[in-house]
Design a protein around this ligand. Structure first.
Ligand code: CAO
Length: 439
């Protein structure tokens, strides 16, 4: 046993070659010829192998350092004396061969071998392209031949996430292919952790105290999957506003006796549905869906509003149809009917389909604002919070006004911020002065 310094051997006509990976840490046991670091010149990537078997004591380089022949890389407690790599020995240029044709580097290969032409930087994934797995993380320890490393890099595969099945745990091209296949299968099934998203850590919570594991309801499982899909696929923007509904509330109260007579509960939500239908006519892009190929917008000529209903088993979104063609009494009756059937678990498939835009109202419960998730493939959703009396400056004094907080989330691929703001302003104006509905 002896502590040996490992220095950069002659790697050819390369100066100040950057370190792109450090593959070992202090305490690691390495075999002779195991890779220690990867360098990347403007022409090639090359792994620098250990000339000794033993335990790494110190790592003297880090990612982004630049190295020249003779620079110290590491110190190792060597188990055997090894011949120093011949100073004049030149690495074999293997740059010309395409990655697929290159044989996996053998453990017995003596000298550092520049692997292949510099791998092009993997392009940043387009917003709608699922990345198979994370990009290679600097400093991750993984053993693979330069050709496999290049192959993985081209596909954006982080070798730290791949289990090697080759000799001494080396990662083979089949291992990289297998890792990609696994991710793609997961993504196809919509599995948690698919589409390149690192899964949340699995933690045994019982180690911290008593726990109880309860199954999620069927509705929660279904809506959870749908919400995750919408959240991941749609670039959301949420805009907030506060609308003066003082006059609306006075009108609603004036209608209450008639509503009660008809056995109807007339809440602010009915007026919001009515105003939304009016504004959606003016902003048809909000009453639309993006075609699956992302090339066209499918604008719907009907206005069917989904209304999020809180039930003991979870959230459901039944649809009120042709809202633009109905009055507030009819809408109230329908809203009462679908929310009652939702809570009794009696909705049919037809009740839940065909929506063009959704509303989620927490106004009856409380809160000042929240950010609703777009009910994809719809384009927009309105979140309604609890109205409260507030002092509003009218130019000469503060006046008590009933202010309703609204949040509009939309798919930014379809709606620009300015269009979203105009939609919100028009909706707000309509709710403040219901006479707008007649225009
Ligand atoms: N501001 C102040 N008060 C409001 C209000 C608002 N924005 N919206 C409703 N209210 C009042 C109503 O007027 C009613 O009061 P009165 O009984 O005195 O008239 C009370 O709050 C309860 O209303 P409601 O909730 O029963 O009726 P609604 O028409 O407003 O809503 C429904 C119906 C089905 C949407 C609602 O019951 C519900 O389920 N909301 C939850 C939706 C949800 O969970 N969204 C979150 C989805 S994301 O997880």
């Amino acid at each position: 046993m002896a502590t040996k310094s490992i220095t950069l051997p002659d790697i050819g006509n390369y100066d100040n070659t950057p370190v792109i990976e450090v593959l070992v840490s202090p305490g690691d046991r390495v075999e002779k010829e195991d890779s220690l670091i990867t360098l990347e010149s403007d022409k090639a990537t090359m792994e620098i192998p250990s000339p000794y078997t033993g335990e790494i004591k110190k790592v003297l380089v880090k990612v982004d350092d630049t190295l020249n022949q003779g620079d110290l890389i590491a110190e190792i407690e060597a188990e055997e004396e090894a011949e120093e790599p011949a100073a004049e020995e030149k690495p074999q240029e293997a740059a010309e061969k395409p990655a697929e044709e290159q044989p996996a580097a053998k453990a017995e290969e003596p000298a550092p071998a520049p692997a292949a032409e510099k791998a092009p930087e993997p392009a940043a994934p387009a917003a709608d392209t699922p990345t198979p797995v994370n990009r290679q993380s600097a400093g991750a320890k993984s053993h693979a031949s330069p050709s496999v490393r290049l192959f993985a890099r081209k596909l954006g595969v982080d070798l730290a996430n791949v289990t090697g099945t080759g000799p001494k745990g080396r990662i083979l091209q089949e291992d990289v292919e297998g890792a990609i296949k696994k991710v793609m299968e997961g993504a196809a099934q919509g599995a948690v952790g698919g589409a390149g998203i690192p899964p949340l850590p699995e933690i045994d919570f019982s180690q911290f105290g008593e726990i109880e594991e309860k199954p999620l309801s069927r509705i929660k499982k279904l809506s959870g999957k749908h919400l995750s899909t919408a959240w991941l696929n749609i670039p959301h923007v949420t805009q907030f506003d506060e609308t003066d509904i003082t006059e609306l509330e006075a009108f609603r109260k004036s209608l209450k006796p008639r509503a009660e007579k008809a056995g109807i509960k007339m809440t602010p939500l009915v007026f919001i549905l009515k105003a939304l239908a009016h504004v959606l006519r003016e902003f048809p892009n909000m009453n639309a869906s993006l075609a699956p190929d992302g090339e066209n917008l499918i604008v719907k000529k009907y206005i069917n509003l989904g209304v999020a209903v809180d039930t003991p088993n979870g959230l459901v979104v039944p649809v009120v149809r042709d809202v633009d063609q109905k009055g507030v009494f009819e809408l109230s009756e329908e809203l009462m009917d679908i929310s009652a059937r939702a809570r009794d678990g009696k909705l049919t498939g037809a009740d839940l389909s065909g929506g063009t835009f959704s509303v989620s109202s927490l106004g009856g419960i409380g809160g000042t604002q929240f950010t609703p998730i777009v009910n994809g493939p719809e384009v927009g959703i309105l979140g309604v919070s609890k109205a409260s009396m507030q002092p509003v400056w009218n130019g000469s004094e503060f006046e008590p006004r009933l202010m309703l907080p609204l949040a509009l989330s939309y798919d930014h691929r379809v709606i620009d911020g300015a269009e979203g703001a105009r939609f919100m302003t028009t909706l707000s104006r309509t709710l403040t002065d219901l006479r707008e509905l007649m225009l």
